[in-house]
Design a protein around this ligand. Structure first.
Ligand code: NAD
Length: 433
């Protein structure tokens, strides 16, 4: 994965976008100062015993970006492209995102530069436990609470919780979210990111009067988030015409069968051989590249893999009518400019993928209470949070004639600013002078 977002790295690009939106919104320098400087970042060498007896070292990061609104929160990514800049950008976006949906968290992120596909299951477990040993004084249920991200999953969260609990000699399920249900995970967490994105698309469809059966959708990145959003959309009658993963994608004009595509991917490791949806038998399913998928003529394009896939270089070739960011940071700021000029609306990541952290928050609340909620309860509370934040974003965008991203950021920044100001700012000291 590239960390370059046009001319600058992904963190500088995220900061540039933030300061542009904050300037336009008149956000004070006190708040911007806090948001331009990640609070603390830990880099560690993780020593792992490999199955052949040798020792290998991996670089692990954890960035606690800003905690004005509460303990920091953010996933852990295992990917060969992980860098310090990427982790910081992701931690900044987490800070904004938690504020956008109004949950009492600051932002954080972690990662390890590793290709997990090259590790055995035991090596992966040793790496996961080594990460927590290195970070154990940096994280905690009241301080910083990790979760899954790209190429980490609930099994890994379970190992990590176990390692932290054994270091503290006490069961600490609230230290990490996205755990297996049997270890204190929440019902509805696995599907939450996809469900949150689905709820946003439904809100969009209602406001724009989209006919669901005629609405075509392409999803780049058929992983946790991409699978669930495709599944929920298909269940509601949308036509999923393209899916992809890191090996490439499949396309069928009449629509694909999402559940069968998932089975094919689980069994073979790729999407080749995914069938068309029922009722569209005889339809040809052809293979496409990720670049082709991004340029498809569809109603809704969902990038759900990695950041910086739509840039100034390829934004001109986008033919989708709407872009829904399920990945973090898939559109760079220069890509945004081109899309804005071309009138293609972007539903921003800081709201569209916030379902994951929202149900992670619910999981943490349940862990602290020692009491679990039903799936219906989790889904209903998620719907309340996402639809309220969507309405708030939509109204502000309409009223101020700004992009949906700028509106969502402004709503989040306002909450962060209120907290920063309540903690005591320049005005307080001037009053007392
Ligand atoms: P995942 O590991 O479950 O899936 C990632 C998918 O992307 C895989 O199918 C992989 O094959 C595919 N992929 C990797 N590189 C690709 C490439 N170059 N082109 C196309 N596809 C590629 O990860 P996930 O948890 O679904 O995360 C996906 C995105 O959603 C990330 O940006 C992540 O930060 C974001 N996100 C995830 C969550 C969550 O709860 N899992 C929450 C918020 C945001």
């Amino acid at each position: 994965m590239t960390v370059k977002a046009g001319e600058q790295d992904v963190f500088q690009d995220a900061l540039a976008r933030l300061s542009q939106i904050a300037n336009d919104a008149g956000i004070g320098s006190e708040v911007m100062g806090a948001l331009a400087h990640p609070m603390e970042t830990l880099t560690a060498s993780l020593r792992v015993r490999m199955d052949d007896g040798s020792t290998q070292y991996f670089v692990g990061y954890r960035c606690r970006y800003n905690d004005a609104l509460g303990p920091t929160k953010g996933g852990i990514r295992f990917h060969p492209g992980v860098t310090l800049e990427e982790v910081q950008a992701l931690a900044l976006w987490m800070t904004i995102k938690c504020a956008v949906v109004g949950i009492p968290y600051g932002g954080a992120k972690g990662g390890v530069t590793v290709d997990p596909k090259k590790l055995s299951r035991l090596e992966l477990e040793r790496l996961s436990r080594a990460y927590i040993r290195a970070m154990s004084e940096f994280i905690g249920p009241d301080v910083d609470i990790p979760a899954p991200d790209v190429y980490t999953n609930e099994r890994i969260m379970g190992w990590m919780m176990d390692e932290y609990s054994s270091i503290l000699k006490a069961k600490k399920p609230g230290v990490i979210t996205g755990k297996p249900i049997s270890l204190g995970g929440s019902l509805g967490r696995a599907e939450a990111t996809g469900r949150g994105a689905f709820l946003c698309i439904e809100e969009l469809a209602t406001r724009k009067g989209l006919d669901r059966a005629k609405t075509s959708v392409a999803v780049q990145g058929f992983g946790n988030a991409g699978y669930f959003v495709a599944k929920f959309l298909e269940e509601q009658g949308y036509r999923i015409v393209a899916l992809s993963d890191s090996n490439g994608g499949v396309y069928a004009e009449a629509g694909l069968d999402v559940e069968s595509a998932n089975t094919v991917k689980q069994e073979s490791g790729c999407l080749e051989g995914a069938p068309p949806r029922a009722g569209a038998k005889g339809t040809v399913v052809r293979q496409i590249s990720n670049e082709e998928l991004l340029a498809l003529d569809v109603d809704i394009l969902i990038p759900a893999a990695l950041e910086a896939v739509i840039t100034a270089q390829n934004a001109g070739s986008i033919r989708a009518r709407h872009i829904v960011e399920v990945a973090n940071g898939p559109v760079t700021s220069s890509g945004d400019e081109v899309l804005n000029r071309r009138g293609i609306p972007v539903l921003p990541d800081v709201l569209c993928n916030a379902g994951g952290v929202t149900v992670s928050y619910f999981e943490w609340v349940q862990n602290l209470q020692g009491y679990s909620w039903t799936l219906d309860e989790v889904r209903a509370r998620l719907k309340d949070k996402i639809t309220a934040a969507f309405a708030e974003m939509w109204q502000l965008a309409q009223r101020e004639r700004i992009t949906l991203r700028a509106a969502a950021y402004r709503n989040g920044l306002r909450r962060i600013a209120n907290a920063v100001e309540a903690l005591g700012t320049r005005d307080y000291f001037l009053d007392g002078a």
